[in-house]
Design a protein around this ligand. Structure first.
Ligand code: NDP
Length: 524
């Protein structure tokens, strides 16, 4: 087995004083990306933010890295009356803001890009589109293979699916696959309805429900870390783990997304998808194989094992908040209700904290504390696995609860990495103790930038691999849980919002949620 060995002499670990440089042995035979077969990519909502900020720059990076097939085209579709030329100019301008300079590669990439406008609910527009796709397919030699990315606002998804179906552009074969953006529905019933519409036109294997968290290197690394090492798995259970915390904290407010966020709120926006995916990855059993069936099956088993919140007990398990004014980074920031497009009496939550249990042999009795919000103290998405305290102290003067517990932290973003903290002898008096950290930081160890989550997922979808996409049953289960909370909230009094200051770590009740169990949040 050939492997590439690199001595990393300037890593942070080395600088911090480890005597030997951190050695990275890359099994390079597994690092080869497969170039997908010829393919036409059609993006709906192509005049929008996601297309400009993520999808087209992502496709360009794949092109530059020679990871797009030689024969491909990209067709943008939306209502705005753009031409191929204006669309291409917009892309160029966007690439420039991302530090990409003019080059022959850019010119070549743009030669594969087109734009057509039309209404999403106009059957005639889809009949025209059918003809155009056939023409481009012949011109670019894509052999009829098409990948559709529906990146419109969610209330347009069904129109697009129906238009594609009735114009017979999508068929029940792997020749026409569909990526569908989040949010996938706004509650359990709407998600079931959306799934039904998709299944009227497509087989499940053709549907790629995106949750871009799953495309992040750091999130994929949770699998590698847990199941490519043998030392952690024996400890990964209720015998050794005290509890697990998952935090997704943003410092930003609603920005330009008030229209969407007012109807969504934090629970729908973060928990139904990203937070539940992180929970599933940290709690799942080892899949038999890392493939679309076994990996997704194990995640679904976790979702099925989440203990329902007892009726009438929601306040013991879930806290919601909305931020008021405050200071962040020395600057005054407005309350959520003062943001443009937000109702001055809005009841939308910008923060949620919850305590969950997973009822299975591995996790019985281990609490999972999840927390996500806007305008919090600093930006961090992290999973902290806190191990149990030592059972007994053999050191005179030191009680067992004076030892800091070992905490293994997966830093998903920013400052991607992993740390493990442990107790050690501090030089000096015999019983002097210190808490130290072992650090792995992506940037310092791997000098190349990580592939963006959207690039990873677009490439996988082109290769026909849905492993990192979300299966229907996972969507149903997560919405079922989230909808049960939404219904309880509807029954209760309007929340007393705002209840936390911008720049703080959420409402006092979020601290009480964990402190009443004798624990505290890892990030404060
Ligand atoms: P935009 O609001 O920018 O909308 C995309 C395009 O859809 C617009 O350019 C517009 O094109 C069309 N559109 C807007 N409103 C309507 C409407 N009421 N009826 C019909 N068409 C409309 O959205 P984004 O690009 O930000 O997001 C697209 C999808 O991706 C959404 O589902 C979003 O939730 C999801 N998403 C976005 C992320 C992001 O960072 N932006 C991140 C994760 C998911 P035109 O008027 O030309 O038809």
């Amino acid at each position: 087995m050939q492997s590439l060995s690199t001595d990393i002499t300037d890593s942070k670990a080395a600088k911090k004083g480890s005597s030997a440089p951190l050695k990275v042995v890359t099994h390079d035979q597994f690092c080869m990306e497969k170039v997908p077969d010829p393919c036409g990519i059609v993006i709906f909502g192509a005049s929008g933010d996601l297309t400009h900020r993520k999808l087209l720059p992502g496709l360009y990076h794949l092109f530059k890295a020679k990871l797009l097939p030689k024969d491909f085209f990209i067709l943008g579709f939306a209502r705005s009356p753009l031409t191929d030329t204006t669309f291409r100019e917009e892309i160029l301008a966007k690439l420039k803001t991302k530090g990409e300079t003019d080059s022959p590669v850019q010119k070549e990439f743009l030669n594969h890009i087109y734009y057509r406008s039309g209404q999403y609910n106009d059957p005639g527009a889809f009949r025209t589109l059918d003809g155009i796709l056939k023409e481009f397919g012949e011109k670019h030699g894509t052999k009829g293979k098409l990948l559709f990315h529906i990146a419109t606002p969610p209330d347009v998804y069904q129109d697009v699916i129906s238009g594609l179906k009735h114009a017979e552009i999508i068929k029940r074969t792997k020749e026409t696959d569909v990526i569908i953006e989040k949010p996938f529905g706004h509650d359990f019933d709407s998600a079931v309805q959306l799934n039904r519409s998709l299944h009227e036109a497509l087989n499940e294997k053709q549907i790629y429900r995106i949750d871009h968290y799953l495309g992040k290197e750091t999130v994929q690394n949770i699998m590698m870390f847990r199941f490519a090492n043998s030392i952690f798995e024996p400890l990964w259970n209720r015998a050794h783990i005290d509890h697990i915390q998952i935090t997704a904290a943003e410092t930003l407010g609603v920005e330009h997304r008030a229209g969407y966020y007012e109807k969504s709120g934090n629970l729908r926006d973060m928990f139904q998808n990203h937070m539940f995916q992180l929970l599933a990855l940290i709690a799942m059993e080892p899949p038999l194989l890392f493939d679309e069936h076994h990996y997704r099956e194990e995640k679904v088993k976790v979702a099925k094992s989440i203990r329902p919140i007892p009726a009438g007990k929601i306040h013991d398990f879930v806290v919601r908040g909305q931020h008021g004014r405050g200071k962040w980074n020395g600057r005054e920031v407005p309350a959520y209700r003062q943001e443009e497009g937000v109702d001055p009496k809005s009841q939308t939550e910008t923060f949620v904290a919850m305590k969950l249990f997973i009822d299975n042999w591995r996790w019985e009795g281990v609490p999972f504390y999840l927390r996500s919000g806007k305008r919090l103290g600093h930006q961090a998405t992290e999973i902290a696995v806190q191990f149990k305290q030592v059972p007994h102290s053999m050191f005179p003067f030191l009680h067992s609860d004076q030892f800091s517990p070992n905490v293994l932290t997966f830093r998903i973003q920013p400052d991607e990495g992993i740390s493990l903290c442990f107790e050690a002898k501090h030089p000096g008096p015999k019983f002097c103790m210190a808490t130290l950290g072992l650090e792995f930081n992506y940037k310092d160890v791997f000098h190349e930038p990580s592939m963006d989550a959207y690039e990873r997922l677009l490439l996988d979808a082109m290769q026909g691999d849905p492993t990192l996409f979300v299966r229907q049953d996972m969507i149903d289960l997560s919405w079922e849980f989230v909808t049960s909370i939404l219904k309880e909230w509807e029954k209760s009094q309007p929340a007393k919002f705002p209840n936390y200051e911008a720049g703080s770590w959420g409402p006092p009740e979020a601290h009480q949620l964990i402190e009443k169990d004798g624990r505290k949040w890892e990030i404060l």
